[in-house]
Design a protein around this ligand. Structure first.
Ligand code: ATP
Ligand code: MG
Length: 274
């Protein structure tokens, strides 16, 4: 219940300025998964770059409180953390780091015990940061980490789009379904899109999506969407080691092409809604 009230509050924040007038605000997209380690952070980082290349102003929020690492993926070390914002030592804009191709990243406070102990305060700081920044961006993408914590639940529930990532592993698929079920429990009609990561073939990705969607239809009487697959790419671990996003390291690879296609389809879908 608490989630509903807060996510309604977030929606209001999203649509109205201080004078109560409707304003154009960033669209919120949450990226999450059931199981950890399925490729969320790499996917969201490269998706952000692909959207930015297409002229959109992108803010990427690392909201994985336990194992944040978007900054590490680009080899930048943040000067400040959410903790500094909570302590009123800095402004929201001081927190942001410059990512590739003009994207901005709001880093998390990985492993900061005081933040992890006081989720409520961290959540308020995140809402404050989000509220201040949303008029300046076209899209805000949130990496929620695996599973959804109280810390990110309101953001996920008030997102225009929720992207759930899974790999072909049965454990990841089962956990993705558990996540979908939980989202339908908390939200009447979440817009859920699936990405199947580390596939051997596109066919494999399609089959896995169909299997998940059939279970969702059968047990929940609902539907989820498929926005694409990303193949297993042997250069991706290398890109992570070199701290260069795959889209920049190997722009012509199939994985980069697929991420570009997913960016295009998200932007196209939004354009059609306007
Ligand atoms: N398409 C891919 N092909 C090959 N390896 C991949 C692919 N996607 C991700 N990986 C590898 O999987 C590992 C985990 O990726 P990543 O950190 O993006 O996952 P995550 O879901 O964000 O993990 P966590 O739940 O811990 O936050 C990385 O080492 C990365 O190299
Ligand atoms: Mg991650």
């Amino acid at each position: 219940m608490q989630f509903f009230n807060q996510s309604e509050q977030l929606e209001n924040f999203q649509n109205r300025n201080k004078k109560g007038k409707k304003t154009k605000m960033a669209k919120l997209i949450s990226i999450t998964s059931g199981k950890g380690g399925v490729g969320k952070s790499n996917f969201i980082l490269n998706l952000a770059i692909a959207m930015s290349i297409r002229g959109k102003k992108i803010l990427l929020i690392d909201a994985d409180m336990n194992l944040s690492n978007l900054d590490i993926l680009i080899g930048v070390y943040p000067q400040f953390t959410l903790k500094n914002l909570i302590d009123d030592l800095i402004s929201v804009n001081d927190l942001l780091i410059d990512g590739p191709k003009g994207i901005k990243i709001l880093p998390a406070s990985s492993g900061d015990i005081s933040i992890m102990k006081n989720t409520k305060k961290a959540q308020q700081a995140l809402i404050q940061a989000y509220t201040e920044l949303k008029p300046e961006y076209d899209y805000i993408l949130i990496d929620t980490g695996a599973g959804i914590s109280d810390y990110t639940m309101d953001f996920v529930l008030s997102s225009e789009k929720i992207v759930i990532i899974t790999t072909p592993e049965p454990t990841a698929i089962t956990d993705a379904y558990a996540m979908i079920k939980m989202l339908f429990y908390h939200h009447k009609s979440p817009d859920i899109s699936m990405v199947i990561n580390m596939v051997q073939t596109d066919e494999e990705g399609k089959n896995i999506f169909n299997k998940i969607n059939m279970i969702v239809q059968h047990f929940l009487n609902k539907q989820v969407k498929h926005i694409g697959n990303v193949p297993f790419d042997k250069y991706l671990p290398e890109a992570v080691r070199e701290q260069v996003p795959i889209l920049l390291k190997r722009p012509r690879s199939i994985s980069s092409a697929n991420i570009h296609n997913i960016a295009v389809s998200i932007l196209r879908e939004d354009k059609n809604k306007e």
